[in-house]
Design a protein around this ligand. Structure first.
Ligand code: GN1
Ligand code: MG
Length: 377
């Protein structure tokens, strides 16, 4: 094929497009914004639209594991009659394609009639997004076969992320430490406070198969009705705690500031949105244990603090992990997440009241029943 929209010659090799069984010749390609990890492109062919991804093998060292986990998740969601993004076969009947330069490509059918949201439009969006993520965990509770393989080792875990930050600050590989002393101290202080409030190791919290990247932007909403139709991006779906999902959603959906706002004063913490998120989550009857339900108000601070620490670590490492399009973007991301953590901690009592109310009013009624969990620490 020829150079479509001027992109195929550079970012998307024509052979990567030709490798997939797309319906009709490609008539347009454009880069999709939003994700920090993979290269994401929208390929428009005469007979349909597709999301084509170049997988990031620095972040996911074994892309084969990612591919097979995702295939299992997609097959299980399909068997349960749920809406999900389906994979496109390659010309040779596989579900991924390796280029001569060793890059690995994968494609999904574009979920027509749906839209993503960078920010919530209102409480109904919050309710629907939270219910969709709770429903995802319920759907995977009876995934047949062995547990999904860990795609990124020790992906979440604030304690270990803080240790990694200390190590990179000590090594200071690109000489940025002197410019971030205040944020380093602040991240250490805020991170420690959250680790002490919600220790996630030690077996106190059940381990389930969770999404692990439950950002608002990973929810698709029906373009007509506005209701949340499904969640996407299953690459980090594996063992974890429900707090990782609730926390990602809370940190991305309760503030009106972009994650990389240059001025952290823009960051707010909207308790009305939190209330709707909590109601939506429990509306799915998530069958949480007491230890989970009672600590959900700390999920937002946990994930905001963890992301702050990861962004600062990457800034000190020279922006090797998260894609950036300007020099201090990871530092800005770190500041917004620290600010958000501080605001959330200051409103902890109100946040806890939101989750308590939602748990009491959940359709199951009464205290959340004990649900199926795995027996691992
Ligand atoms: C990354 O898939 P994407 O780009 O939305 C990251 C998440 C972070 C997020 C911060 C595999 O998510 O863990 O929370 O950026 N994903 C991975 O926005 O590291
Ligand atoms: Mg992701």
């Amino acid at each position: 094929m020829g150079d479509v929209d001027g992109l195929t010659g550079s970012e998307v090799p024509p052979t990567a497009i030709d490798a997939f069984r797309f319906d009709g010749p490609p008539i347009g390609i454009r880069r999709l914004s939003g994700g920090h990890i993979h290269g994401n492109f929208l390929v428009t062919c005469s007979g349909g639209r597709y999301v084509l991804q170049r997988l990031n093998d620095r972040v996911f060292p074994d892309v084969g594991i990612v591919l097979s986990n995702v295939e299992r998740v997609v097959a299980h969601l399909a068997a349960g009659g749920r809406r999900y993004p389906s994979l496109v076969e390659t010309q040779v009947g596989g579900l991924s394609h390796r280029e001569a330069d060793a890059s690995v490509w994968r494609s999904f059918h574009y979920l027509e009639g749906t839209v993503g949201r960078a920010a919530l439009r209102g409480t109904a969006d919050a309710f629907g997004a939270a219910r969709a993520f709770a429903d995802y965990v319920l759907a995977l509770a009876d995934l047949p076969g062995p547990p999904l393989v860990e795609t990124i080792e020790r992906f979440h875990g604030l304690h270990h992320r803080l240790a990694a930050l200390d190590a990179v600050a000590a090594a200071d590989p690109v000489g940025r430490r002197s410019g971030v002393r205040r944020q380093l101290a602040r991240a250490g202080r805020v991170g420690q406070e959250v680790v002490e409030a919600l220790p996630t190791g030690g077996g106190a919290l059940p381990v389930r198969t969770v999404h692990n990247d439950a950002k608002l932007s990973n929810v698709r909403f029906d373009a007509q009705t506005g209701s949340a139709t499904c969640v996407v991006d299953f690459d980090t779906t594996m063992a974890g705690h429900v707090h990782y999902d609730v926390g990602e959603l809370v940190r991305t959906a309760t503030t009106h500031a972009p994650e990389d706002a240059r001025d952290e004063a823009e960051v707010d913490f909207d308790l009305e949105m939190l209330d709707a998120l909590a109601s939506g989550y429990f509306a799915a009857r998530p069958q949480l244990e007491r230890s989970e339900a009672d600590t959900l108000a700390l999920a937002g601070p946990l994930m905001a603090a963890e992301n702050a620490v990861r962004f600062l670590t990457d800034h000190l490492e020279g922006d090797r992990y998260f894609a950036v399009d300007r020099p201090s973007q990871n530092l800005d991301r770190c500041r917004t997440q620290l600010r958000l953590t501080e605001l959330m901690l200051a409103s902890h009592a109100d946040a806890a009241a939101c989750f308590d109310r939602a748990a009491r009013l959940s359709p199951a009624g009464g205290p959340p029943p004990v649900g199926p969990t795995e027996d691992r620490p």
